[in-house]
Design a protein around this ligand. Structure first.
Ligand code: FAD
Length: 492
């Protein structure tokens, strides 16, 4: 390191044949970054990680982990409320303690952040972590400005052979009149709150919006969702219709579809939300804006490195090898054009690291299962019937109501289905959609079947354990050739 803190790295070994390790700079420390750090150091690189906020990024700090903890707590509370005969004998007292829930959520976040991120970086001798905001100086140098909170402001120049941009995304704030001057919540504030508002307005119908809306309703809020279109509009319409039915079964939830929010005001802690469409006005005590997330690329000064990006979306285009237009600079995760899912980010980060260190790995996004963690869950993989037909495939489909699935019957599930899409005449599975308490497990089973190019007949003949969610996959496959209602309880 030089006097000004610059890390000088020589040319990579592949250029001059020296044994000097390849120097890789990774911008961000979330899922994409961590996967890349692990793969790159395993492959002999020396890695510098630059993080401007809390190590670990979105998933562990303000995303999947705290949101699924909140969702689980809220569903357990609801379960106790609904099954008083059982819960009376347990320790539920019927009143959620938001303060305790928040403390236990935070403890989980801190434990996982240490186990999966901080200690992994600390204990790796080939990694140096720099706390500060990164921006490109040129196509071989990143400038790190130390965090404003630090006593002395310093700047460091990191020279690299390869760079991975893994800066993730941040909440998109729609241009709604008055929004900027009111104390609205994004998902981050909703997950950090240790109180439950009496009335909660939710702008958006993303997975995050629906999960948090239902969780808060189950903890006691009266929730109004303002959805621009319907729910789950990018998949089979039955998914959105069924999820809507299930959400509205809770009389604490109201959903306004086709609702465009025109303006927001806040006076004495009460939000006034006005819709363009009907001029209707709604009063709420908290307002969650969850209208999607946009790449955090604005501060990167990518022009200095010659990296192209889409000005409107903020995304950095990459090829299937995660390479940007600059051959030694890569991008992965939520800042690149790929589904904003943590397992996609991690897979992209690993592949980027392999390619940066002389290997060859490509990201196949042809099969990306997704889940919305409401109760019931909504999930899907592959093509819908309409998408398959739009691609010129001939299809045959079956839809199995959850009232035909033993596990769902025993658990008293009210709403849901599993739909299987097969192409004819091969009867190969090309997609599935589900709404059910454990739709994620059903869809994961179908995803594995699709990866193995299985047919309806293959699935029908499998032995899948009785009273599992996966058994629904076998049953829906059997329903292509027989009436499953006529089968015995445990279909052979
Ligand atoms: C509430 C919520 C719930 C979610 N639930 C799920 C779920 O259940 N399942 C799922 O698959 N996905 C879920 N996601 C999405 C998932 O969290 C993201 O897709 C994933 O974490 C993205 O990882 P990443 O590495 O691309 O970015 P991030 O994890 O966001 O990491 C990017 C990092 O880069 C840092 N950074 C940004 N700019 C700079 C800069 N200039 N200099 C230095 N550092 C910088 C940021 O501070 C951040 O730490 C959820 C998201 C949210 C918000």
């Amino acid at each position: 390191m030089t006097a000004d803190g610059a890390v000088m790295t020589g040319p990579c070994c592949e250029k001059d044949g020296s044994s000097r390790p390849l120097s890789v700079v990774v911008l961000g420390s979330g899922a994409a970054a961590m996967a890349a750090v692990i793969a790159a150091t395993e492959r002999g690189a020396q890695v510098h990680v630059v993080e401007r906020a809390t190590v670990g990024g979105t998933c562990v700090n303000v995303g999947c982990v705290p949101s699924k903890h909140l969702v689980r707590s809220a569903h357990l509370q609801h379960w106790c409320d609904e099954h008083v005969e059982i819960s009376d004998g347990c320790r539920c007292d019927g009143v959620p303690n938001a303060h305790k829930l928040h403390a236990s959520r935070q403890a989980l976040v801190e434990r996982l952040r240490w186990q999966k991120y901080e200690s992994v970086l600390d204990e790796n001798p080939h990694v140096t972590v720099w706390h500060g905001e990164a921006s490109f100086e040129d196509s071989r140098t990143v400038r790190v400005r130390s965090l404003a909170a630090q006593a002395t402001q310093t700047e460091t120049l990191l020279h690299f052979d390869r760079c991975l941009i893994a800066v993730g995304a941040e909440p998109y704030i729609p241009p709604i009149d008055g929004l900027a001057s009111v104390p609205f919540w994004t998902s981050t504030e909703a997950l950090a709150s240790d109180t439950v508002p009496h009335r909660l307005g939710v702008v958006g119908s993303s997975a995050v919006a629906l999960e948090l809306a239902q969780a808060y309703a189950r903890l006691g809020s009266r929730v109004t969702i303002f959805a621009r279109r319907g729910l789950c509009t990018r998949t089979d319409p039955l998914v959105g219709e069924t999820l809507m039915q299930a959400l509205l079964d809770d009389d604490r939830i109201r959903i306004h579809c086709g609702a465009l929010v025109e303006s927001v005001q806040c006076e004495d802690g009460v939000f006034k939300v006005t819709l363009t469409t009907s001029q209707a006005v709604f009063m709420t005590d908290a307002l969650l804006v969850a209208s999607g997330r946009r790449p955090s690329t604005a501060a990167l000064n990518m022009a200095a490195a010659g990296v192209s990006w889409h000005a409107a979306s903020g995304q950095i285009p990459v090829d299937t090898h995660m390479r940007t237009n600059v051959p030694h600079i890569y991008a992965a995760g939520d800042c690149a054009p790929m589904p904003q899912l943590v397992y996609v980010a991690a897979a992209a980060g690993t592949r980027a690291a392999i390619n940066m260190t002389g290997g060859e790995a490509c990201l196949d996004l042809s099969l990306v299962p997704w889940v919305i963690f409401c109760e019931p869950q909504a999930a899907a993989v592959g093509l819908t019937e309409a998408e398959a037909q739009a691609r010129g495939l001939r299809t045959e489909t079956r839809t199995l109501p959850i009232t035909s699935v033993p596990r769902c019957i025993v658990h008293g599930e009210k709403f849901g289905f599993l739909k299987l899409v097969a192409e004819t005449p091969s009867m190969r599975i090309v997609g599935a959609q589900a709404v059910a308490a454990e739709a994620s497990d059903m869809i994961s089973t179908v995803a594995v079947a699709m990866r193995g190019h299985l047919t309806v007949a293959d699935l029908s003949g499998m032995l899948l354990p009785y009273l599992t969610a996966s058994e629904a996959v076998k049953l829906v496959a059997q329903s292509f050739t027989r009436d499953v209602h006529q089968l015995s309880c445990c279909a052979g």
